[in-house]
Design a protein around this ligand. Structure first.
Ligand code: ATP
Length: 315
């Protein structure tokens, strides 16, 4: 395993009866990056996390996590990583503090260090004032923050986060985003992030893999995927009375692009980026069409995701 590969999957496959949940995945996750794992319900994200944690055994293929084999060394993998699953349970009968102390003992943290660490995390996650309250009285967001604190107790170098902001209000979600950013950028931890939230993925992830029916449909940085899928666009605004004419002029100038008409004199030219702006403006001006605005926009993850949906069916 090269030094910076914390996770390496090769032809990783998992079946449940006739269902191929994970179908020949190949990817590396580098040390210190936030790696996004996207895909519709049932795409295979949770199954992949369970394979990486050694909770499930692959039907075929190979996987290494922190230099270990999750099937053979599952206990070590789970001890050295932190996991926040969709169903991460914090025990409602215990207080927030008791939950952390319980899990800290499970991870084998020394008692003295544990009390300090639990207090530090409760403070950091805005739960210090509720430390002695039973978790059954907590809101979804408070439970989620506690579950995240639990995953971080033993300072794991690798974190698996499955839908960490599901069910959180925007403010609580932003707080979790800031915590993830801090863990990655300041503390150098590696984060494997499964999410349905494309804005979250765009904000947090260094690279993303888009999964569809157990296969990777695309993998790279947002900029790379945007270029590869032609998802960048140029917006122009011309005199509204000349819009139809402008659309034909643009179609001749950049034949590969798809053109959508907006309101007034707006046109969106999809599949081309910044490099196409001079040619588009020159063609319009040469035809005597007044141009009021021309600007390129990089592809957003949402553009890319729906582009993949459109081209490949289910993601
Ligand atoms: P979601 O976004 O809904 O959480 P996901 O991408 O995490 O979806 P998985 O939970 O990995 O998807 O499911 C992938 C496929 O494997 C689905 O078809 C699912 O029905 C199937 N599957 C997952 N776990 C099991 C199981 N324990 N037994 C049988 N089939 C399963």
């Amino acid at each position: 395993m090269p030094d910076d590969a914390v996770i390496r999957a090769r032809a990783l496959t998992c079946r449940f009866g006739d269902v191929v949940a994970v179908d020949g995945l190949d990817f590396d996750v580098h040390r210190g990056e936030v790696f996004g794992f996207l895909g519709q319900n049932g795409a295979g994200k949770t199954t992949t996390v369970r394979l990486l944690n050694g909770v499930l055994e692959p039907a075929s293929g190979a996987v290494e996590v922190l230099g270990l084999d999750p099937v053979r060394d599952g206990v070590e993998v789970r001890q050295q990583s932190g996991v926040l699953t969709e169903t991460s349970s914090v025990d409602g009968r215990l207080t927030a503090e008791e939950n952390l102390l319980f899990w800290g003992r499970f991870y084998g943290l020394p008692e003295r260090e544990l009390a300090t660490r639990a207090a530090e995390l409760l403070r950091e996650f805005g739960l210090a004032e509720r430390a002695r309250d039973r978790v059954s009285a907590f809101s979804t967001g408070m439970r989620q923050r506690l579950a995240l604190a639990r995953a971080l107790l033993h300072r794991p170098e690798l974190l698996f986060l499955d839908e960490p902001t599901a069910g959180l209000d925007p403010l609580a979600a932003r707080h979790v985003h800031e915590l993830i950013e801090a863990m990655s950028r300041r503390e150098g931890r590696t984060v494997f992030l499964c999410t349905h939230n494309l804005v979250e993925a765009q904000r947090l992830c260094d690279r993303v893999a888009v999964l569809g029916r157990g296969r990777i449909l695309a993998l790279g940085t947002t900029a790379e995927l945007g270029r590869r899928l032609g998802a960048a666009r140029v917006g122009v605004e011309v005199d509204p009375s000349r819009r139809a004419e402008a659309a034909s002029v643009v179609a001749r100038a950049v034949p590969a692009a798809a053109i959508d008409a907006g309101s007034g004199g707006a046109l969106t030219i999809r599949g081309v980026g910044r490099d196409a702006v001079p040619a588009i403006v020159a063609a319009l001006v040469a035809d005597g069409i007044p141009v009021y605005r021309a600007a390129s926009a990089e592809a957003t993850l949402e553009d890319i995701y729906f582009g993949l949906l459109g081209s490949g069916g289910a993601v």
